[in-house]
Design a protein around this ligand. Structure first.
Ligand code: ADP
Ligand code: MG
Ligand code: MG
Ligand code: MG
Length: 392
């Protein structure tokens, strides 16, 4: 097969490519399995059955089946994903899979196999003890966001990077599916008929829609830092010891609060799925995420800020306060869109029995609306537990 043109790989052509690229020893016997669970990309695990050594090969498809038969999606996202993984490895060592090969024509990234770890969403649903998740994600976000912002970079270098990570197709998905469609009676929404009254109440709430419009505008225009852009708990591999962030194909320069907001939003979705007595560990994780994020961001600021104003009284506190407020608003959008939008989460969809699921999803819509509207009044994560109990 020629590698000069794009073609979707299959299990045998993916293994042949890995062999041709010299990614395995010459005498190895390769086995290959497609393990992807999404509708945007192919993910192959290629294993040398002699040594047991394995790699992951991810290939972008030129369309998004999940959204509509004919929704074209640029292959350029494979370039964005592999270069974001390399940049994140440089800024937050050990917290992303190592990239060993990438090819823009085939839209392929070959990386370290993390199959010894578990996807965080699944581990949280199973109520596993994850003592390092919050701290490592807090630190990942602080380092990747601070060091790609104007606080750390020279203006020309920053703008060069902004251009390199222009990602309009993937941004459009977020603009539509997170910030727009769930706030209107749009075809892409997907929810149980029993939720219609709660959805209609949301669509009739012009106050929450004005706030959603403002949050969407931030996402569209604030090129603060290189976001991961899809930092939900399905994009994180974990064990009791390790945390690795995958799947940065939505990376672009956006508002710093977006990544913490999506991560916190997904922790809240998991809290919603739990009985009250099992929720505390999730609120503690949210607090630890924020304290690690803000302490790491502040330390980087003090050590490496090149902004002339960085020592002006109040500027760091103002910056962190604004990030927190934005994050709470983005978390609210995430909770709503995962409840009635196109892409759901297993935390809520897995709730049994059905009546309980409807009740929790109704609470999720209430929580999301209040987070969005009252984000100005929430100033620290310690307030979230009471706010949550009061909102639902
Ligand atoms: P998509 O962009 O289609 O969501 P992901 O990068 O999230 O693709 O990968 C989809 C799935 O493939 C993951 O949930 C995981 O099960 C598996 N996977 C992806 N990357 C790796 C990896 N480096 N090691 C092991 N499994 C992986
Ligand atoms: Mg997926
Ligand atoms: Mg993805
Ligand atoms: Mg994914």
């Amino acid at each position: 097969a020629s590698s000069s043109l794009y073609e979707p790989l299959n299990e045998s052509s993916a293994a042949a490519l890995a062999a041709r690229l010299g990614l395995f020893e010459t005498n190895s016997v390769l086995q290959c399995e497609e393990i992807g669970d999404g509708n945007l990309n192919l993910v192959f695990r290629i294993t040398d059955s002699k040594s047991g050594h394995s790699l992951i090969l991810k290939q972008a498809l030129p369309y998004a089946k999940v959204i509509g038969e004919s929704w074209p999606l640029t292959l350029d996202r494979a370039r964005i994903e592999s270069s974001a993984l390399v940049k994140q490895a440089e800024l937050a060592p050990g917290l992303v899979p190592e990239v060993c090969y990438s090819d823009q024509t085939l839209a392929v990234t070959v990386m370290e196999d993390l199959s010894h770890l578990q996807i965080a969403r699944k581990a949280l649903i199973e109520k596993k003890n994850l003592p390092h998740l919050a701290g490592q994600i807090g630190s990942f976000m602080a380092r990747t966001l601070f060091y790609t912002s104007d606080f750390a970079l020279k203006p020309h270098a920053k703008k060069q990077l902004v251009l390199q990570y222009m990602n309009p197709d993937l941004c459009k998905i977020t603009e539509d599916l997170v910030f727009t469609d769930p706030f209107f009676d749009h075809d892409s929404n997907d929810f149980e008929p029993e939720l219609r009254p709660a959805a209609e109440a949301l669509w009739a709430d012009s106050e929450v829609k004005l706030h959603a419009a403002k949050l969407k505008k931030k996402f569209l225009t604030e090129a603060d830092a290189l976001l991961h852009g899809d930092l939900h708990t399905g994009s994180i591999f974990v064990s009791e010891e390790e945390t690795k962030v995958i799947d940065p194909e939505f990376a672009f320069f956006g508002p710093i609060g977006f990544d913490p907001g999506q991560f916190i939003g997904n922790l809240l979705l998991n809290a919603l799925s739990r009985e009250e007595e099992d929720q505390d560990v999730i609120f503690e994780a949210i607090e630890k995420t924020w304290y690690t994020f803000s302490a790491t961001f502040a330390a980087s600021w003090k050590q490496d800020s090149r902004e002339r104003f960085s020592e002006v009284d109040g500027y760091l506190d103002h910056t962190l306060g604004q990030i927190f407020e934005d994050a709470i608003g983005f978390a609210g959008c995430e909770v709503i869109r995962r409840t009635i939008g196109l892409a759901h989460v297993e935390d809520l969809d897995g709730i049994e029995p059905y009546e309980k699921r409807i009740q929790v999803k109704t609470s999720a819509l209430e929580l999301g609306r209040k987070l969005i509207k009252q984000r100005h009044n929430l100033t620290e994560p310690g307030q979230l537990k009471r706010f949550f109990r009061h909102a639902i």
